[in-house]
Write a protein that binds this ligand. Structure first.
Ligand code: ATP
Ligand code: MG
Length: 398
């Protein structure tokens, strides 16, 4: 029955003169999301985006389209093109008959009450939108009034009917999307992606606001296993479901951690390592035209994320650092991780480079001057350069 999907997008609608840029990006991103399935006709019409379903079932396609950032909701719809020869009355009859088909499906699924909502896009038609609703509602009751009632205030289903100049459209349900803005409308960020719960969520949240993302992961192979790198690739692959593909940069931090271990105080290992990660991420990020870094840090979560720890980490770079989880509790972060499907992968136990070399008692209130002083014992520039020279890169697709 359903032959089309209406894509609802919220915030894009308020972008004024730039609106078409956002809409065109959205259309392109929807096409890309559907590409593994088939080539679909995705187009803009009367300030809305439609996807024609062709031979596909709506649920499969809705499931994909709702993952595209910028999409607030998707509605399976029946769309019938108007025949130019026919007058508006014939189109209206077509609309009523289509509404009946949709309502009958709802009845078959157990609905007991309904309401009609109409829109008159074709202003040449004799009835106002409100009168259309009353009239269509009466027609539907005359056909199936023995099985379902009208309820204006709390209907179980709404039958939405639209009479347009070139077509008639009927739809009912809306499947919620994630909202946000289309990826590619807000620059690019380099995300520090560990194998934990937090950083995939942080990456997803920033991408949701329209930023393209790339990822950088630090390991200490052979002290960290190949499996732990596989886990990060799996997380990148899940993220790729939403963001297209993820360019994953892998950096071996072993030489740096050895140098820190030999030359700095044991309790400063974590915070100094973190500062190296940030510097390397920034260096690689700038090479890749990134405008910002992303981390999964949250105030006070672990020793390196006290306000003093965050201050030391922050001071190591000059690109803006986006920390979308900064004020979130672990339980809130986990809820999102579950929703976006990264949680089950994140909790697989694998060692992280920070845990392998973690000091027994890390400083919880590092002072920036002291940390900078400790780093004087290191050839920071050379260590960074060597690590980047040995970088491996993979492009991860879903
Ligand atoms: P996560 O669940 O993201 O691992 P966490 O609570 O374990 O977070 P930390 O290990 O302190 O926190 O890391 C804070 C942030 O630093 C991470 O969210 C991530 O952005 C970055 N980070 C930590 N370890 C790595 C790593 N091995 N590679 C890349 N980024 C890392
Ligand atoms: Mg971690």
């Amino acid at each position: 029955m359903y032959n089309s999907i209406i894509v609802k997008y919220g915030e894009i609608g308020v972008k004024g003169k730039n609106r078409y840029i956002f809409e065109n990006k959205l259309i392109k991103n929807i096409k890309n999301m559907l590409k593994p399935i088939d080539k679909f006709n995705v187009y803009k019409e009367y300030g809305r985006v439609y996807v024609d379903l062709g031979d596909y079932e709506y649920d499969e396609i809705c499931e994909e389209v709702k993952k595209v950032f910028g999409v607030v909701g998707v509605c399976p719809a029946v769309k019938v093109l108007r025949n130019n020869e026919e007058d508006v009355e014939a189109a209206y009859t077509q609309l009523k008959e289509t509404a009946l088909v949709v309502l009958e499906e709802k009845i078959a699924n157990g609905a007991k009450s309904f309401k009609v909502e109409s829109r008159r896009g074709d202003k040449s038609f004799r009835l106002t939108s409100q009168d259309m609703s009353i009239d269509i509602g009466g027609y539907l009751l005359s056909k199936v009034g023995d099985k379902i009632k009208v309820d204006i205030n709390k209907p179980e289903v709404k039958i939405k009917c639209e009479l347009r100049e070139s077509n008639v459209v009927v739809y009912s349900d809306t499947v919620a999307g994630y909202g946000g803005l289309p990826i590619g409308t807000n620059g690019k960020a380099m995300s520090l992606l560990s194998g934990g719960i937090d950083s995939p969520v942080a990456t997803w949240m920033v991408a949701k606001r329209g930023m393209e993302v790339e990822a950088i992961h630090f390991h200490t192979y052979p002290f960290t296993s190949e499996k732990s790198q596989e886990k990060v690739k799996d997380l990148a692959r899940i993220l790729a479901k939403y963001v297209g593909k993820v360019r994953l940069h892998k950096i071996n931090l072993l030489e740096i951690q050895k140098a820190v271990g030999l030359n700095c105080r044991d309790e400063e290992m974590t915070i100094i390592s973190r500062r190296f990660m940030m510097r390397i991420a920034e260096r690689v990020g700038i090479q890749r035209n990134c405008d910002a870094l992303i981390t999964g840090e949250s105030i006070g979560q672990v020793a390196s994320q006290t306000i003093q720890g965050l201050t030391c980490t922050n001071a190591s770079v000059s690109l803006p650092v986006f920390r979308p989880l900064i004020a979130m509790d672990k339980t809130e972060i986990i809820d999102i991780a579950k929703k976006i499907d990264t949680f089950e992968t994140s909790i697989i136990p694998e060692e992280d480079c920070c845990s392998v070399f973690a000091p027994k008692k890390p400083v919880t209130k590092p002072r920036l001057e002291k940390i900078e002083d400790s780093e004087k014992a290191l050839d920071v520039e050379q260590l960074i350069q060597d690590a980047i020279d040995n970088m491996e890169v993979e492009v991860i697709e879903f």
